[in-house]
Design a protein around this ligand. Structure first.
Ligand code: AQP
Length: 333
């Protein structure tokens, strides 16, 4: 059976981008057809300035939201990354497989390190090495497929390179995974800055639709989305990124329709925005309702995470032990 691994970082409240780019497909497709593991990758949230209490809170909230979105513990494995030591164990071996040049080429590193430095802050070493930890997340589970948004494709490519290199050098140890991504919704853009990704750790609240936003807040954010001075509704990602983003969101909310086709149904920006707002509100309504129920039952969520970590550990331990032996580390007696 195909093995799938994917994760979400507790760096902020989950967004519409996370849902359309990743979570919806985890729920509707991946957990139905494959042996799927989904992780709250909390170690990755420590690569930038963080508040410990907030990371803890966001980890629990992400788990609750993923269950509310429809992840079913009977069909998939949901767990917190730091509950399974194998991720950190394998990460070190992969640091001994990767080169520093490879790490410095990662686009996310360059962007985030640049932002940190512009703010006058220091750059944590883990920001440079985190793609290796991500590779460990994936390789520890003999993963075949990694469903991700466009922003993570480069990291999955790195993971493939590391797996191939390790296998060639030390003998076949890892499955070489591949990235898969949704046709529409692969990159939802910030409503206020439509050339930037809608990222949950950004500060620009009005441009980000959070899954737990009240319906009126969603409507306000969509109605105020930045577009352009044109009048006709046409799909052009390069020249009219704000409008294109709205069309893509509407297409993604309705399934897999082509945004250029969606554009043909509109004569004004106002009508389009109103429909986008209502489509997003309706998309999120059941999720918000289920989330409210689950919040009232934290013991259930804890139990799911405990069982998930047990299952994840049982898969990862033998794979990582094998990698230790392959690299020449003496097994404990
Ligand atoms: N805007 C997006 N459009 C489509 N897919 C997206 N994803 C994230 N944002 C979008 C996908 O959601 C999954 C989990 O994402 P993540 O937690 O790794 O990243 P994030 O939400 O982008 O969080 P940050 O902290 O704001 O990320 P940075 O700052 O690292 O960009 C992934 O499959 C991701 O592709």
């Amino acid at each position: 059976m195909t093995r799938i691994f994917s994760g979400v970082k507790p760096t902020g409240h989950l967004t519409l981008g996370n849902y359309l780019g990743a979570v919806r497909r985890w729920v509707q497709e991946d957990q139905q057809r494959a042996d799927a593991l989904f992780s709250i990758v909390d170690l990755h949230a420590l690569t930038v300035e963080h508040d410990p209490a907030r990371v803890r809170r966001l980890s629990r909230q992400a788990a609750t939201l993923l269950l509310a979105a429809g992840l079913d513990p009977a069909r998939c494995t949901l767990f917190v990354q730091s509950h399974v030591d194998e991720h950190a164990r394998l990460s070190y071996l992969l640091e001994c497989t990767a080169t520093d040049g490879e790490m410095r080429r990662m686009v996310q590193y360059k962007e985030k390190a640049g932002r940190e430095r512009d703010r006058g802050g220091s750059v944590r070493l883990s920001l440079l090495t985190y793609p290796v930890l991500m590779a460990a997340d994936i390789l520890a589970y003999e993963t075949d497929e990694v469903p991700v948004g466009d922003d993570q494709v480069q990291h999955v490519e790195l993971t493939r390179d590391l797996a191939v290199r390790f296998n060639q050098r030390y003998g076949h140890t890892f499955t070489v995974p591949k990235a898969t991504h949704p046709a529409v919704g692969a990159r939802v853009m910030n409503l206020q800055e439509p050339t930037s990704k809608m990222g949950k750790s950004d500060d620009s609240g009005p441009g980000i639709v959070y899954l737990l936003d009240e319906p009126d807040v969603v409507r306000r954010k969509v109605m105020r989305a930045v577009t352009d001075s044109g009048r006709d509704v046409v799909y052009d990602r390069d020249e009219r990124p704000g409008l294109a983003n709205l069309l893509e969101v509407l297409a993604a909310c309705g399934g897999a329709a082509d945004p250029a086709e969606v554009a043909k149904g509109y004569a004004s920006y106002g009508a389009l925005k109103r429909d986008v707002a209502e489509a997003v509100v309706e998309l999120l309504r059941p999720l918000r309702e289920r989330h409210a129920e689950l919040v009232a039952d934290p013991a259930y969520v804890d139990g799911v995470l405990r069982d998930g970590a047990d299952r994840a550990r049982a898969i990862a331990r033998p794979v990582v032990d094998r990698a230790y032996r392959a690299m020449g580390l003496l097994p404990a007696g």
